[in-house]
Design a protein around this ligand. Structure first.
Ligand code: SAH
Ligand code: SF4
Length: 400
């Protein structure tokens, strides 16, 4: 079955054990979403189908699921009608449940989704004139706690499964009416792994999900249109390049140890120089495919002229094919930072740009529905055993 990541997940900066496996479905059926062809075949076999038949059916099912977007076995016209009830009895083609859907005044859409085991997470779609970008979550919450990020204030509940990750893309396709997968005229053209969570702490599931997204016979989105953003999990970066191969974005946000230690605490474990060295070795990065360095603009924290010059020096020192993305800080309740003034951001951008590195300012999208970078947060939290016991007792008492 779909193996859950066995990697330790760091809390703050050091590993803490957290439950990773999603709870199996109550009805005992197997959800085929997230499974590659070989695993669909194995699932059919373990439900009692013989090998040769299972091979053929797995191929057909895979095509219906990932290319046609089918969620119902009865729609599968090349599979004998007599087989539909058996498939329905053993399997389901699931989607995340939509709890809430919001539309911003700028057209950005945010969905609050719920997993089979009742955990909430978010996904955002950002339409532009020439493209549409889906911002996908990789975890429910995040164990890291960058000080400017709302998601970081959640306690990690768990990793999302490969099915839940690719399920977000499939749900967006449903909502946009974009089945079957078509090469031209799509609304959903790009994917960024920039929702809730640190994708490189859920490596296997993110990789398996993105493989399904990139498969030319499946969702068929090119790796050049997919970007994975990491806060700097250095030991996983080479594998990400080799095994996923999508565009890389790095949440740099500061140029001195002191400031980065404070605002991106993983820096205490993997420092700036180590991170930039890993970037220089990232497979597939070149002038045509640059690495994006994300830099959140925090007033009086990381936004001085000296910071801009130091940023340029570092990127040049490591000869990085780089572009810089300046992100105006998006506020959220309880945040301790303020966004830099527009004039300051413009000046910072100018210094970097004059040194020959592109440094556009990202225009905030979906702030009114709390859908902008770093604003995502759901109510899910990991309850301790004691809390669960207390809730059970309270419920019992209420029932009398
Ligand atoms: N965990 C990954 C990807 C998700 S966050 C990472 O950290 O890279 C996507 C981007 O939004 C990151 O660059 C993150 O640092 C940035 N971000 C987080 N909080 C923000 C905020 N309040 N305002 C602006 N950008 C923020
Ligand atoms: Fe996690 Fe990224 Fe937010 Fe940091 S910025 S807390 S790594 S989601």
């Amino acid at each position: 079955m779909n193996a859950q990541s066995l990697m330790p997940i760091p809390g703050h900066i050091d590993p803490v054990p957290v439950p990773r496996a999603a709870t199996p479905r109550n009805d005992g059926r197997v959800d085929l979403i997230g499974l590659p062809k070989a695993e669909i075949r194995a699932a059919l076999e373990s439900a009692g189908m013989e090998l040769k038949q299972a091979k053929l059916r797995a191929k057909q099912l895979w095509h219906w699921i990932y290319n046609r977007g089918a969620t119902d076995f009865t729609a599968m016209t090349d599979i004998a009608k007599t087989m539909h009830p058996w498939l329905t009895e053993h399997f389901v083609i699931g989607r995340p449940e939509v709890m809430e859907a919001h539309v911003s005044t700028d057209g950005t859409r945010k969905w609050l989704l719920r997993s089979d085991d009742g955990q909430d997470y978010e996904m955002v779609f950002i339409p532009d004139a020439d493209r549409g970008t889906l911002c996908v979550s990789s975890q429910i919450g995040c164990t890291l706690n960058c000080r400017f990020c709302n998601t970081g204030t959640m306690r990690l509940v768990r990793n999302l499964t490969a099915g839940e990750i690719v399920g977000q893309v499939m749900l967006a396709r449903d909502a946009l009416g974009e089945w079957p997968s078509q090469p031209e005229g799509r609304l959903l053209t790009n994917i960024v792994m920039m929702g809730m969570g640190e994708p490189l702490y859920n490596f296997e599931n993110v990789r398996d999900a993105l493989k399904l997204v990139m498969d030319g016979d499946g969702l068929a989105l090119s790796k050049r249109r997919i970007t994975l953003s990491t806060s700097g999990v250095v030991p996983m970066m080479a594998r990400a390049g080799a095994e996923i191969g999508v565009n890389l974005a790095v949440s740099l946000h500061a140029v001195t140890k002191e400031v980065r230690d404070e605002i991106v605490p993983i820096n205490r474990k993997y420092g700036i120089e180590e991170l930039l060295e890993a970037c220089a070795k990232y497979p597939g990065a070149n002038n045509a495919r640059r690495i994006t360095f994300e830099y959140v603009m925090l007033k009086d924290k990381n936004d001085s002229d000296d910071d801009a010059r130091e940023l340029v020096r570092l990127l040049k020192k490591y000869k990085l094919p780089a572009k810089v993305n300046l992100i105006p800080f998006n506020p959220w309740p309880g945040a301790v930072y303020e966004c830099s003034d527009p004039a300051r951001i413009a000046r910072f951008s100018d210094i970097v740009f004059k040194a020959g590195i592109s440094a556009p300012v990202r225009s905030p999208r979906g702030r009114d529905i709390m859908a902008a970078c770093g604003q995502l947060k759901s109510n899910s939290e990991k309850k301790s055993r004691a809390e669960l016991d207390r809730l059970a007792e309270e419920k019992q008492a209420a029932l009398g």
